[in-house]
Design a protein around this ligand. Structure first.
Ligand code: 13P
Length: 257
């Protein structure tokens, strides 16, 4: 199985989201072996996009979530509220939130615990900055973020955990990580999850790559056995690009059968 996640970020309003959701579903037409598709529109568009994706097999994800159930938390949205909108996945710890909105490892951890408690699947993002990479600290940073995020986590047999390795320097820059770097980082991520959560949970874990994935390079990532899928930003709001990414996943899946 391969998972494709479309993170539309703050790029589309409600009306555009509806049109984009329709176009996104069309990319699945006529293909035999489909990837799992998770669409993450801006929160204001979740309920309208839900109507479009209903009964399509595509899943709905939130770009963010808060860790409390309810209360005086102006502007925040809880897992329960997201569930009411049909959301099954939540992006947590995206580097744009970590670096531009001051989201800390501790906040990320609270969010992971909260969504799992509500049976949502966390899409946990981890990744190093350019400076950290240049200082040779990529692994230390990524594994440190992962360890902090998983503190106190216990997966029930029905839970799933998605971890997206998204190097900050590769996001929106057109410069993606090499397949070798990705595979190596993903193997370290798997080992650490196994160490923290136990070997049994490896079947519940999916490790994705994100960072300048487009229609041209997607196949190269997706054909790797270790790469369970991709988290796509910019190219997910360009339907021609996104179609090529989805079709790359279909080709990989078709070749496996
Ligand atoms: P780009 O695909 O635009 O590099 O963004 C990646 C990302 O941040 C997905 O969450």
């Amino acid at each position: 199985m391969k998972t494709i996640i479309a993170n539309w970020k703050m790029n589309v309003g409600v009306r555009e989201s509806v049109a984009l959701a329709r176009g996104t579903l069309l990319t699945l037409r006529g293909r035999k072996h489909l990837p799992e598709l998770v669409i993450c529109p801006p929160s204001v568009a979740l309920s309208e996009v839900r109507k479009v994706v209903a009964r399509s097999g595509a899943l709905l994800g939130a770009q963010n979530v808060f860790w409390e159930e309810a209360g005086a938390f102006t502007g925040e949205i809880s897992a329960r509220m997201l569930q009411e909108l049909g959301v099954t996945h939540a992006i947590i710890g995206h580097s744009e939130r970590r670096h531009q909105l001051g989201e800390t490892d501790e906040m990320v951890n609270k969010k992971v615990l909260h969504v799992l408690e509500h049976q949502l699947t966390p899409i946990l993002c981890v990744g190093e900055t350019k400076q950290e990479r240049q200082a040779g600290k990529s692994k230390e940073v990524v594994l440190g973020q992962l360890k902090a995020a998983l503190s106190g986590v216990r997966l029930r047999p029905s839970d799933h955990l998605l971890v997206a390795y998204e190097p900050v320097w590769a996001i929106g820059t057109g410069e993606s990580a090499t397949v070798a770097d990705i595979v190596e980082m993903q193997s370290s991520i798997r080992s650490l999850v196994q160490e923290i959560l136990g070997e049994r949970t490896l079947s519940q874990l999916r490790v994705l790559y994100g960072g300048s994935v487009d229609g041209e390079n997607a196949y190269g990532f997706l054909r790797e056995k270790e790469v369970d899928g991709v988290l796509v930003g910019g190219a997910s709001v360009k339907i021609n690009q996104f179609r090529d990414i989805v079709h790359a996943a279909c080709e990989v899946l078709e070749a496996q059968t």
